[in-house]
Design a protein around this ligand. Structure first.
Ligand code: SF4
Ligand code: SF4
Length: 334
């Protein structure tokens, strides 16, 4: 297996996706990448090279002297002001980053959007932004972005959107490893071009609050143990990601930490139109219902399950610790 040469550039973002990568849950993530044949050409936080050496490496990629297998972009592409791209010039070149990205994408075998900024515009593209930020191949949920909907990289794939804010280090590493062994095809991407190994899951899957969800036993304030869908803005039933089965740093997730899922892997998550920690409702019924559930069913099932809620579940839902433990009954086989 030859090396997969990866170039990582940062554009209009906060750097959080790089920080997330550094928290990868492996004993030695650098060795994990190395033994998978993944080789950094350059990463702004991880590489020693700077200045002229980096610019020469970029030129070598463009000329073909240096093979560019994967172009990873973190952060949104800033097209402003007025399409000039001059809000973000690549240091030392006087040339807009969007020009570099367009040209480098043209010679890369694969192009990867790392994080929701690079995928959709993300936080950088929030409502009323002045930067004309967009993603590599999407602007919000509309195909297009910087490279255009028809873009295909050298290997024939569209931009691979490893979306999330920040994106999970495992999603980045698994994507790179799949590219290194040639096992990531167009069929492995969902309709928003996210790798299906994580996007075919919902955050709701594996959430420790599922028993509360079943009975619509709901948290009423941030420290409560109950399900956060009804009052606290949780979108885990709609958000495509495996956060509660893959976990972060080996044991965490937003919902396990007491925060509602804000659906950061989805386009437009940054502009929900309401407070992140509040559930918008019409006539007391949440607007954002689970992905596959008709509203009438939800209403019927919610009222039925609420009427059947065990005292333990109901009491614990609005407490910050277990107030009523499960009853210990016979432990023999039944
Ligand atoms: S996706 Fe989120 S964490 Fe990553 S660069 Fe953008 S704002 Fe930062
Ligand atoms: S808190 Fe969110 S993810 Fe967890 S069970 Fe409730 S709706 Fe699902």
């Amino acid at each position: 297996m030859g090396s997969l040469h990866v170039l990582w550039l940062q554009s209009g973002g906060c750097g959080g996706c790089s920080m997330s990568l550094l928290n990868a849950d492996t004993p030695d993530w650098a060795a994990t990448l190395r033994t998978s044949g993944i080789e950094w050409l350059w990463h702004p936080s991880l590489s020693l090279a700077s200045g002229e050496a980096v610019l020469q490496m970029l030129e070598d990629c463009l000329s073909g002297a240096q093979p560019l297998d994967v172009l990873c972009i973190e952060g949104a592409l800033l097209r402003g002001p007025q399409g000039s791209g001059r809000f973000h010039l690549l240091a030392g070149t006087g040339v807009p980053m969007i020009s570099w990205v367009r040209r480098l994408a043209g010679v890369a075998r694969y192009v990867v959007a790392v994080g929701s900024c690079a995928a959709w515009g993300g936080v950088s593209g929030a409502r009323n932004h002045a930067t004309e930020a967009c993603g590599l191949q999407f602007e919000d949920d509309q195909p297009g972005g910087l490279l255009g909907a028809a873009f295909r990289s050298g290997a024939g794939l569209p931009v691979i959107n490893v979306a999330g804010c920040p994106t999970h280090p495992g999603w980045v590493i698994d994507s790179l490893m799949a590219l290194a062994d040639g096992s990531l095809s167009a069929d492995d991407l969902d309709s928003l071009q996210r790798p299906r190994f994580y996007a075919d899951q919902l955050v709701h899957h594996g959430c420790t609050r599922n028993e509360f969800y079943e009975f619509k036993a709901s948290a009423e304030q941030p420290s409560d143990l109950g399900c956060m869908m009804e009052h606290m803005g949780c979108k885990g039933t709609q958000a495509h990601a495996d956060c509660n089965t893959r976990l972060w740093n080996g044991e965490g997730s937003c919902t396990r930490g007491g925060y509602a899922c804000i659906s950061c892997t989805e386009p437009g998550f940054q502009d929900p139109g309401h407070a992140f920690d509040a559930t918008p409702k019409v006539a007391g019924i949440p607007i954002g219902l689970p992905t596959d559930m008709p509203k009438a069913w939800f209403v019927a099932l919610a009222s039925l399950s609420k009427s059947a809620t065990p005292r333990r579940v109901k009491t614990n839902a609005t407490a910050d610790h277990i107030v009523v433990p499960p009853v210990a009954r016979k432990t023999r086989l039944k």
